[in-house]
Design a protein around this ligand. Structure first.
Ligand code: DAH
Length: 372
């Protein structure tokens, strides 16, 4: 038989153990042990009640209830403390360090070559030139023959051509989008190549359209070349072609003069020097006076590096379309004339962005591409 003093001792022991319980599982075990409905020590003590003399029951009953109340309060307090400690621990682990730098948001942008092509085609669109594209895998016929460069012609030497192996040619021809077989040549032994310039699109376009024609052709070209700061074996050109009645060299000059001013600004001058291309007659090389030194060849630091101290920036080959090329596509050279030009896109992109080495464009190092 437990005495009232015994009940107080149980409560005190329970309080001490509860306060030391490390977690909820330990706490549950203590709850069962002291106040559990079946075997709890206090429960057992209450079951003794009927055995007591009636006069003692109220005092004993009150002592037992007081002991249970103390133990339950202790259980509740400890449970709250354990939950609070767990929460504190979790928050500590997930703490946000507001002193860390924010994660960078990367915003996409066009490659400098694409930007340059867009800018150039935008300017020519303003003068009525439509931008068209053509196949990168090309027939010998369009790349050379139709441009008055037959097999054995010395002009072939300046194009270090990447040829497609003969067996592969026919399969490639089918695969290459838009690389329709030349009308004039139906032999399956026609060699194929990676186009060395965008000029073949002059012939392809004229075959498909009647004058007037006004197109620009931006596109990737390929040459078997050792690379250096100004040469890559994969590069871009931009071609232009206008065919109409009564076009002359003056129209060619006017169009390219306007282009130079719109692209490089100011009072750009245009220089034409005689040149030779088999598909134009006469042919010329166009240069703009340097937009950095204003054509003087000198800056405050000395010789102008942009133009190599010459005052001029050579930009493209050009000329009046050869009558033979017109005849080949069924245009009457007595009725129609045209002018054409073609030049490197990287050259212009390098000038506009101050890029010293052409290879920076294709290495695709974002640290560089994002800086221009
Ligand atoms: N296709 C020539 C080249 O790659 C450049 C060229 C010269 C294009 C004269 C033309 C032109 O359209 O008329 O060297």
């Amino acid at each position: 038989m437990t005495t009232t003093g015994g009940l107080e001792a149980i409560a005190a022991r329970a309080e001490a153990e509860i306060a030391a319980a490390p977690d909820e599982a330990a706490l549950d075990a203590l709850r069962v042990r002291y106040v559990g409905r079946r075997e709890g020590e206090i429960t057992a003590a209450l079951k003794e009640l009927p055995k007591l003399p009636a006069a003692e029951r109220p005092v004993y009953g009150a002592a037992a209830n007081a002991a249970r109340a103390r133990i339950e309060a202790a259980l509740e307090a400890r449970a709250g403390a354990i939950r609070a400690a767990a929460l504190e621990r979790d928050l500590g682990a997930e703490a946000t360090d507001l002193t860390l730098p924010p994660r960078r948001v990367r915003v996409g942008r066009y490659h400098p070559i694409t930007q340059t092509i867009r800018e150039i085609t935008r300017i020519f669109a303003g003068m009525g030139f439509e931008a068209v594209e053509g196949p990168e895998v090309e027939w010998d016929y369009y790349n050379f023959e139709a441009l008055n460069i037959p097999p054995g012609h010395p002009a072939r030497d300046k194009f270090n051509t990447l040829w497609i192996a003969q067996e592969a040619s026919v399969a490639m021809a089918v695969a290459a989008a838009g690389a329709g077989r030349p009308r004039a040549q139906s032999s399956s032994t026609q060699p194929m190549l990676l186009r060395t310039h965008t000029s073949p699109m002059q012939i392809r376009t004229m075959e498909q359209r009647r004058p007037p024609v006004r197109i620009v052709v931006p596109g990737r070209c390929f040459r078997f070349e050792a690379t250096d700061t100004t040469h890559e074996s994969v590069f871009f050109q931009l071609e232009g072609l206008a065919i109409d009645e009564q076009l002359s060299m003056a129209d060619l000059k006017g169009v390219l003069y306007s282009f130079a001013r719109q692209l490089f600004g100011g009072d750009r001058k245009v220089r034409f020097r005689p040149d030779y291309f088999p598909f134009t007659e006469p042919s010329a090389e166009i240069a703009f006076d340097c937009f950095v030194c204003d054509g003087s060849g000198r800056t405050n630091e000395g010789g102008c590096r942009t133009c190599g101290a010459t005052g001029w920036i050579e930009i493209a080959g050009c000329g009046m379309v050869h009558p033979e090329a017109l005849r080949r596509v069924g245009y009457d050279p007595a009725k129609y004339q045209g002018f054409a030009w073609g030049g490197g896109v990287e050259r212009i992109a390098m000038l506009l962005t101050g890029t010293p080495d052409i290879r920076l464009f294709h290495q695709n190092d974002l640290r560089y591409l994002e800086s221009v």
